[in-house]
Ligand binder design. Structure first.
Ligand code: AMP
Length: 307
């Protein structure tokens, strides 16, 4: 069975949307990636850190889904990473209200022996120094995928650029791609980001889908238009989890297969936004996922006769 190593925050989130708000609930980039990737028959493990204020029940939700937590450090007396955000009425944009790094501030990751030979490494959103250390600890992965956000561009750009220079794929949202490249056009932005290192650039455009760039080629996956979006938190990470979960499961990292991976990622992200936090991802069944994949196919298939 192929192995996926996931690095990313395991966190408490407090979220406000036009439809309501939550107090501290289970969140974190690593959590969403792991839940999404757990839809595939693969061996996955998370490297992260929490404080001893983090409930065992939350950890059980991951281990129950066969996510290996040997690489999750629990700091005695420490406080778990906390993030709070508020979405605007369009649900596509949000303000970060609070980010408390807590135990993440001086986290030194330790990749368990059994995951040092992982096939694919997913560097989810967290401190670039942690991402770099993980890259140094793995032996010859077939693919390294990076996700990050404006917070780290603002605070740790030099380190982040070092990470970017070492990865094969970067997934990033449209505004962040513009910030990182200084280009408004996403096509130009993707080209500039490719020049920084990654062969593949995935630009996530929220409810407007995702673009995959490789050399001079481009592929587009729509987001499924949904009747109700309650909470977009974690959609980007769920997308990334679906993307790497599919690639790990199929053991094929070609551009052609990455197109399918983008579709799987978009499909899983479409579930994530339907409920607050991780609720929907914790209660997904395979039948539902497969059925929605058919809707994706129908959404974009057409026949045209070109003279
Ligand atoms: P997304 O909506 O996909 O961008 O991801 C939201 C998740 O990212 C939340 O569950 C947060 O806990 C986590 N998060 C927010 N800010 C950061 C940050 N600066 N570093 C790492 N994770 C973060």
């Amino acid at each position: 069975m192929s192995k996926l190593l996931i690095v990313g925050t395991v966190a408490f989130d407090a979220i406000k949307t036009p439809f309501g708000e939550t107090d501290k609930i289970l969140g974190g980039a690593g959590t969403y990636i792991a839940l999404s990737a757990s839809q595939f028959d693969i061996e996955s493990g998370v490297v992260s850190v929490v404080g001893d204020d983090f409930p065992q029940d939350y950890l059980d939700l991951l281990t129950d889904r066969n996510v290996n937590l040997e690489g999750l450090e629990i700091v005695k007396g420490g406080k778990t990473f906390f993030w709070s955000g508020r979405y605007h009425n369009d649900m596509n944009t949000r303000d970060t209200l609070d980010t408390q790094l807590n135990v993440l501030a001086d986290f030194e990751p330790n990749v368990p022996k059994n995951f040092q030979d992982s096939d694919i490494v997913m560097l989810g959103n967290l401190h670039p120094a942690v991402q770099l250390s993980v890259i140094d600890q793995v032996k010859n992965p077939k693919l390294i995928v990076l996700d990050t956000m404006n917070f780290w561009m603002d605070s740790e750009l030099d380190l982040l650029k070092q990470v970017i220079s070492k990865v094969d794929v970067i997934t990033i949202n449209d505004e962040e791609a513009r910030q990182l490249s200084g280009e408004y056009s996403l096509v130009k932005a993707a080209r500039k980001i490719r020049d920084m290192g990654p062969d593949y650039v995935v630009i996530k455009k929220g409810e407007h889908g995702a673009l995959l760039f490789h050399k001079e080629e481009m592929f587009f996956a729509p987001a499924l238009p949904l009747e109700e979006v309650f909470d977009p938190t974690g959609a980007g990470d769920t997308f990334a989890g679906g993307f790497v979960g599919y690639l790990t499961n199929t053991n094929d990292i070609s551009f052609e297969n990455m197109k399918n991976a983008v579709i799987y990622g978009s499909n899983l992200a479409s579930f994530c936004v339907e409920k607050f936090g991780t609720e929907k991802m914790l209660n997904l069944d395979k039948h539902e996922v497969d059925k929605r994949l058919e809707s994706f196919q129908a959404l974009t298939q057409f026949e045209i006769n070109l003279a």
